[in-house]
Design a protein around this ligand. Structure first.
Ligand SMILES: NC(=O)c1ccc[n+]([C@@H]2O[C@H](COP(=O)([O-])OP(=O)(O)OC[C@H]3O[C@@H](n4cnc5c(N)ncnc54)[C@H](O)[C@@H]3O)[C@@H](O)[C@H]2O)c1
Length: 376
């Protein structure tokens, strides 16, 4: 039977989520909610469901709801996630929450802990690795075609430059927040690095902004240069920026992961995977036919997909599938705990920057307890 869904926060992203539920056979969208009446009413009319103006009323009217999908935003795009998430969990509902889980790591820790205590699923919309290139790269890793990971180089951000600069942020969610980009955005690139390379144990960061932002009185630290070490021993580097320049190689989104048996690069998130077999491995060109610096011929998969929006239905489907199948909570894809990891790294980066670039060990994640499989 389809899962009954209520979406909270019906602006751009909430409407996108509602569309995904509406078109998914595992979901039965029954209600939408926004504290601004016109937005809730507009969503209700579009999807032919009931409108509510506070979550309490939505929960009371639909005691059979299975999932509350939290698409509120707030300061730094995350300050309005804690309250509706906790309210829905206390009402016994599974929750899918937008990223970042919160703009405060202490709140995110409480959200993850409470879901675990109540035995409920808490998922997060870390949608950037619900793609064909990421799946194919993971298949190659699982088959041993990448080997031991040596390094991860990741660039993700917004193209721009001083000629397209629109002035200091003026919205309620970004105005006056130096860490707006850091808190609102880094959940995505950190989720990619952790997806492929595992937990991060050491973080060192430099942050700054170009002169034209300074002149405009813009406090946002729009350039983030972050060096990390993974628990595996691999090293990594993340460069994120918010519209101060264009990225050259790979455009707005690229990740390069180097392993002892092969390396891969994903470009434009959804679009292209290039696999570079290492010399001597199966699939590599005959080494004696190659000169000193020649590399074996790469294998390119071009999906033909360029719209990043394609990640939303895929990620939301994965959450619906996991809840439908009753997977062990520890196996939930893109879980609240995964999202908490990205916030621990984000707050470690902030601490490193504030202390002049010191090395910071992110706080350890809560343990995974696993669940006993029923005897068959
Ligand atoms: N995963 C992605 O790729 C991606 C992309 C963009 C934005 N986001 C995230 O999506 C979230 C929403 O983004 P947006 O641009 O639609 O935000 P928004 O601020 O434009 O809209 C949020 C809506 O939530 C409503 N709201 C706030 N608190 C509420 C509450 N307690 N109950 C009911 N309604 C409430 C507001 O009235 C508003 O209409 C943000 O957290 C953002 O970080 C994710």
């Amino acid at each position: 039977m389809a899962l009954k869904i209520g979406v909270v926060g019906m602006r751009g992203i909430g409407t996108k989520h509602a569309e995904c539920h509406d078109e998914n056979e595992l979901a039965d969208l029954v209600a939408v909610c926004d504290v601004i009446k016109e937005r809730a009413d507009k969503g209700a009319e579009k999807f032919g469901v009931a409108a509510y103006y506070c979550l309490k009323d939505m929960l009371a009217a639909h005691p059979d709801l299975d999932i509350v999908d939290v698409c509120t935003g707030g300061y730094e795009n995350g300050s309005w996630h804690f309250e509706p998430t906790m309210e829905a969990l206390e009402a016994g509902k599974h929750v899918l929450c937008e990223k970042p889980l919160s703009n405060q790591v202490v709140e995110a820790r409480r959200m993850v802990a409470r879901a675990e205590e109540l035995g409920l699923y808490l998922g997060c919309n870390l949608n950037h690795y619900f793609t064909q290139p990421a799946d194919e790269a993971m298949e190659r890793m699982d088959k041993g075609e990448v080997g031991e990971i040596v390094y991860c180089l990741h660039k993700m951000g917004f193209p721009g430059g001083e000629l397209t600069y629109g002035g200091a942020p003026s919205g309620f969610r970004d105005k006056g927040f130096p860490y707006f980009h850091v808190k609102a955005f880094l959940a995505h690139p950190f989720s990619i690095m952790r997806h492929f390379c595992g937990d991060i144990t050491h973080v060192q960061a430099f942050m700054d902004k170009p002169g034209y932002r300074r002149t405009a009185g813009d406090v946002m630290l729009s350039v983030n240069s972050i060096h990390v070490r993974f628990a595996s021993g691999a090293v990594g580097y993340l460069l994120s920026q918010r519209g101060d320049t264009t990225f050259g190689l790979g455009g707005w989104w690229s990740v390069e992961i180097g392993g002892t048996r092969g390396s891969f690069v994903i470009e434009n998130c959804v679009e292209k995977l290039t696999y570079y077999p290492a010399r001597g491995t199966e699939g590599a060109a005959v080494p004696e036919n190659m000169g000193g610096f020649d590399s074996p011929t790469p294998v390119v998969t071009n999906t033909g997909i360029t719209d990043f929006g394609a990640t939303f239905p895929t990620r939301i489907h994965a959450f619906l599938e996991d809840v439908t199948n009753g997977v062990p909570r520890a196996d939930l894809r893109s879980s609240g705990r995964d999202a908490l990891a990205t916030l621990e790294y984000t707050f470690a980066a902030i601490e490193s920057y504030e202390q002049g670039g010191i090395l910071v060990r992110p706080k350890a994640l809560p343990p995974l307890h696993g669940q006993v499989e029923p005897e068959s």
